[in-house]
Design a protein around this ligand. Structure first.
Ligand code: HEC
Length: 403
């Protein structure tokens, strides 16, 4: 399944390039002295491939950084953005939870890029090759886990106006399922990635969070053996964050659903921790909103989806275990409302019954009208999977005969 853009290939690409060229910094005409051995075509492009190309390629949400010609004019801006931790956008503080979808740069990656930028930003190739990518550019369309079992068209007629500000659209669609199915994973694909920041999918009847798409994390998958039951004739609600580009663009997409054929070992029930609505008066800063939930039974958490609404500046999620141990699960210190993301644990975390999960967020209201702070945290959670007994455990020595 390939996407057809409203404008045909070359023309659409031409316009996209023209748009970013308008923002491109003045080219550096006098190449300074090269004082580094770090090269764009060796170290730098490999880091960009892992941490930047999800967003910085042609026809994507931001300007291309795939070739030396594309990236060189941005060298100083790149250094500044990464030192200020503005790029790549990732709000979680390192060390509070370990996430598989973390796109933040390691200290080594930061130092390689800064040495490159400070040392004259050399390419490492002949002039003639400076407009060729040094590494493979990942495909932006297509299904990472193969053809989905079910495809649902989403926001087919949605248009995103030129230069429009951030807005959230909520769209409800039927899954078209004629019998209940076990959802193991989902992915979204958008017709025009330039205008989509994130998308969160919920089962409509229960309100259960099913997964969140972001440019850096396209597939939301349950751990092996875990699934969510989707009813026959059900509907899903999809919340999509749009921001306009320099021309009107399509906001349409496709939702791909993947089902497990067998009954899963564990069913993930809805788990949402929601704070009562708090009104933040005009001009108030650092208004604290806090909510908590005590787990009635042992629970394993695989992913978190904080939904903070307008005005949030930070959020912290912690677990207080019955033995008194406090475990920080997530801390978004300088929360980036323009880049909502889910947080998928590298290793799902298991809590005993009686563990208290607390969510604390701070809100600012710089406006002139009251702001309603809407804080919620959805969790992909399930009963801990039973460990399959290993051969060593089962082959006990035969009871020795009585003396
Ligand atoms: C999740 C998407 C995403 C990722 C990943 C990402 N960027 Fe960006 N970047 C953007 C967007 C979008 C903009 C345009 C400004 C905005 O809307 O925030 C931008 C802007 C920039 C800018 C220009 C700021 C200016 O001066 O206008 C630089 C430089 C930059 N990014 C570098 C990087 C580098 C280097 C990486 C990887 C280490 C990276 N970005 C990863 C989305 C991303």
């Amino acid at each position: 399944m390939t996407w057809k853009t409203p404008l045909t290939g070359a023309l659409a690409l031409g316009l996209a390039v023209a748009g970013w060229q308008a923002l491109r910094p003045e080219p550096v005409l006098t190449h300074g002295r090269i004082t580094t051995s770090i090269l764009f075509n060796r170290e730098v492009s490999q880091i960009f491939q892992k941490k930047c190309f999800q967003c910085h390629t042609e026809a994507n949400v931001s300007m291309s950084l795939t070739t030396y010609k594309d990236a060189r004019p941005w060298a100083v801006a790149i250094k500044e953005e990464i030192l200020e931790k503005k790029m790549p956008p990732w709000s979680a503080v390192t060390g509070y939870g370990h996430f598989s979808n973390d796109v933040s740069l390691t200290a080594r990656e930061v130092s390689l890029i800064t040495s490159w930028a400070d040392g004259g930003a050399p390419s490492g190739v002949l002039l003639a090759d400076e407009d060729k990518p040094a590494v493979i550019i990942p495909s932006l369309s297509g299904w990472e886990h193969g053809e989905p079992n079910t495809l649902v068209a989403v926001a087919a007629s949605e248009k995103v106006a030129a230069d429009s500000k951030d807005r959230t659209a909520r769209i409800e669609v039927a899954t078209g399922l004629t019998q209940a199915k076990w959802l193991s994973s989902l992915q979204l694909n958008f017709a025009d990635r330039r205008v989509v920041r994130y998308a969160a999918v919920y089962e409509l009847r229960t309100g259960q969070w099913l997964g969140t798409w972001s440019p850096t994390h396209a597939v939301s998958a349950m751990p092996a053996g875990v699934a969510i039951q989707l009813p026959a004739g059900g509907r899903v609600a999809i919340e999509i964050g749009y921001r306009g580009t320099f021309e009107e663009a399509s906001g349409a997409g496709e939702l791909g659903l993947y089902f497990s054929a067998d009954k899963p070992a564990q069913i993930a029930p809805p788990l949402e921790i929601k704070a009562p609505l708090v009104t933040v008066v005009a001009g108030k800063t650092r208004e604290r909103v806090r909510t908590e939930l005590t787990l009635k039974s042992a629970t394993t958490a695989a992913a978190l989806w904080p939904s903070l609404g307008a005005g949030a500046t930070s959020v912290e999620v912690t677990a207080l275990r019955p033995d008194g141990v406090v475990e920080p699960l997530l801390w978004l210190k300088d929360y980036r409302p323009d880049w909502p993301s889910s947080y998928v644990f590298k290793e799902p975390v298991t809590f005993p019954a009686g563990t208290r999960l607390t969510v604390t967020a701070y809100y600012d209201n710089p406006g002139t009208t009251p702001l309603r702070a809407q804080l919620a945290l959805s969790v992909t959670a399930f009963t801990p999977l039973l460990r399959v007994a290993t051969a060593r455990q089962t082959s006990r020595p035969a009871a020795s005969p009585a003396p």
